[in-house]
Design a protein around this ligand. Structure first.
Ligand code: ADP
Ligand code: MG
Length: 628
């Protein structure tokens, strides 16, 4: 491993973000240094897969060396280690782009994550963020990258100590691999063991044993390479021969995660389309779950050749699934774009999505607690499917879990809910909000509680969207508890609850007075059958949007005009009874009361009084009168 002779070297500064990233890598991510192995080998394997793909249209790229491989060379005496591949390679410009700048959005997310994290937790995330190469500087104080692009007559050397600059130069072809890239690490003193064969072999087998390119190890610069992994694709082996640990290792190297998969799917589909699937539901949330592009992470292979990870094999609401599909039937020699559009891929998409959902459903029966963890991690994502995937709505509703007024903090299925419905109850009731506790104690659902009617408490952003799409479950419509009439009259009260007396004549005329006083700031004022202990609440009109959805849209600037709410008044409430008895001479107080009741209802919904100035004036008048 002689140092390459540099000719015409130019030195350039790293892009500011790279410099920051490197600093973080070296200073705050210092446990689990060995992840750099996994990252460099993943890059080498990617490079081989890229070449395999390009060679489909230009066979000459493979030249006389068609067997793709990765070679690890150790040099313990000089504390050096290199990872070499005979893959696609990089031109000088590509070296600058790939290793001097960070074009990816993942970088910023990564840095935020690292800065906010405890030491040692960070290294687990590196691979997910597309900044893997730089992890080499965790173990090395100098890194050389020599590369020659397949088919090119030029080779270059990139070299850096990771401290702010890198140098780039053209080198003699004789000093570079005939094709591909060699990354050499000048190891730091405390990382010397990575150049020892036991550590290196052990680490690589464990972390990268299943990359689909064989790995060879040379124990000394002049030693014969021996093969340490066979590069057979795990998914092509029969299920019965693969143990759980092998699946987990594969999942980790594929997903860049360090957890255990919550669900592993490995099967071969036969019929109109033949393909193998190996996919995992992660055991924890990947960082990019709520990225705006909502991109999936399923890879597409055709007869073991990696084609693309942008085939959108699964619907967006299953974007947390990590894995691959390897098709036996898709043509290899068409472009990525044409494959995307093909009918065959359409069938694969449908089949894989159905299978993922049916496996999740099986898990609900086989291991309910394990499914609950899946739901806790991915429920808010799965629920996107309730309004995006009309065809699978029923399946998704059956997979959905909810906190409810009766669940004591546990998750309930709609099946459980329906089984516990009260006599005379015809709908599944829900309330949406942002805070579980506040929602559970909101006045709008008092009447439901009094009748022992369970209400789903929905607090994910996505909830406001799917609930408005007119769903039903087993023939029972979903109905907002805070919208329209509560229809509670036909459902008997729970034992110990007194039947509400009808509104008195005085109360009715007070309610009419409130309505004429408030005028057009409300769409109606009416006596409530849903309130039991509170005096007032606001509900949305029967048709139109839920109030929570209105709030969400308004805060996103996507609502022109909010619907006017309905003010419901509890005619049996002590305060309301007293106000009802006030004589006609008390018009001023009655008017103040009308407005204050309205603002009270807004405040209970977490909103500010409609007119803060008017509110304080009225409150002052009423309080000073009370004080005499
Ligand atoms: P990622 O692999 O997620 O893209 P990395 O930081 O690991 O991020 O690598 C950055 C880029 O450098 C890669 O996308 C690739 O273009 C290039 N690269 C790294 N290693 C190699 C290699 N051995 N052969 C070819 N290109 C490579
Ligand atoms: Mg990488």
């Amino acid at each position: 491993m002689s140092a390459a002779t540099e000719t015409n070297a130019t030195t350039r500064p790293f892009e500011a973000d790279v410099a920051k990233l490197l600093h973080l890598m070296v200073h705050s991510v210092y446990s689990e240094k060995d992840v750099f192995f996994r990252e460099l080998i993943a890059n080498a394997a990617d490079a081989c897969e890229k070449l395999r793909y390009e060679a489909l249209s230009d066979g000459s790229l493979l030249g006389e060396d068609p067997d793709l491989r990765i070679t690890l060379t150790l040099d313990p005496e000089n504390r050096r280690l290199s990872v070499e591949d005979n893959g696609i390679g990089m031109s000088e410009a590509e070296l600058t782009d790939a290793l001097g700048t960070i074009a990816r959005s993942g970088t910023k997310a990564f840095m935020e994550r690292v800065s906010g994290q405890k030491e040692g937790e960070n290294s687990q995330f590196i691979g997910q963020f597309g900044v893997g190469f730089y992890s080499a500087f965790m173990a090395a104080d100098k890194v050389d990258v020599v590369s020659r692009r397949a088919g090119s007559q030029e080779a270059s050397l990139w070299s850096s100590d990771g401290l702010g600059t890198y140098s780039l130069s053209a080198i003699d072809l004789g000093e570079a691999p005939a094709r591909g890239t060699r990354v050499t690490l000048h190891l730091k003193e405390d990382a010397a063991t990575f150049a020892e064969s036991y550590t290196a072999e052990h680490t690589v087998k464990e972390q990268s044993g299943h990359v689909p390119v064989p790995i060879f190890l040379r124990e000394k610069p002049d030693a014969e390479p021996k093969r340490i992994t066979d590069g057979t694709a795990l998914w092509t082996r029969p299920k019965s021969e693969i143990d759980a640990q092998e699946y987990t290792d594969f999942y980790r190297s594929l997903a860049g995660q360090f957890d255990d998969p919550a669900l592993t799917l490995h099967y071969r589909a036969e019929g109109v389309q033949e393909y193998s699937v190996l996919a995992f539901v992660p055991g924890s949330k990947p960082f990019d779950l709520f990225d705006p592009d909502r991109a999936g992470r399923m890879k597409l292979y055709v007869r073991r050749v990696f084609i693309t990870d942008e085939a959108e094999i699964l619907p967006r609401y299953l974007r947390f699934v990590r894995g691959l599909v390897d098709s036996s039937d898709l043509p290899l020699n068409v472009s990525r774009e044409m494959i995307q559009e093909s009918r065959a891929l359409g069938l694969i998409r449908k089949g894989v999505a159905n299978r993922v959902l049916s496996e999740m459903n099986k898990l609900t029966e086989k291991d309910a607690p394990a499914y609950t963890r899946v739901w806790e991690n991915f429920g808010p994502v799965l629920k996107e499917g309730l309004y995006e995937d009309f065809e699978r709505r029923d399946t998704l509703l059956a997979l959905s879990r909810f906190k409810t007024t009766a669940s004591g903090g546990e998750w309930r299925s709609l099946k459980d809910y329906v089984a516990a419905m009260k006599e005379g109850q015809s709908a599944i009731y829900f309330a949406t909000g942002t805070d579980l506790d506040r929602l559970a104690s909101s006045p709008q659902i008092e009447g439901f509680r009094a009748r022992g009617i369970e209400v789903l408490l929905l607090t994910d952003q996505v909830d406001s969207f799917w609930v408005t799409s007119g769903l039903d479950f087993e023939g029972k419509p979903l109905k907002s508890a805070t919208q329209g009439l509560a229809d509670l009259g036909s459902i008997p009260l729970s034992e110990g609850e007194a039947a509400p007396a009808p509104a008195s004549e005085e109360a009715s005329s007070f309610i009419a007075f409130v309505k004429s006083t408030l005028g057009d700031i409300v769409s109606d004022v009416r006596a409530s059958d849903r309130l039991t202990t509170s005096a007032v609440c606001l509900v949305a009109p029967e048709t139109g949007m839920d109030r929570q959805l209105e709030r969400l849209l308004a805060s996103a600037g996507r609502l022109d005009k909010a619907a006017k709410p309905i003010l419901e008044i509890n005619p049996r409430h002590d305060l309301v009874e007293r106000l009802s008895r006030l004589g006609d001479t008390e018009t001023g107080l009655r008017e103040d009361a009308a407005h204050l009741l309205f603002d009270e209802a807004r405040i209970a919904d977490g909103e500010a009084p409609l007119d803060p100035r008017g509110f304080s004036d009225r409150l002052a008048r009423v309080l000073s009168r009370a004080a005499g």
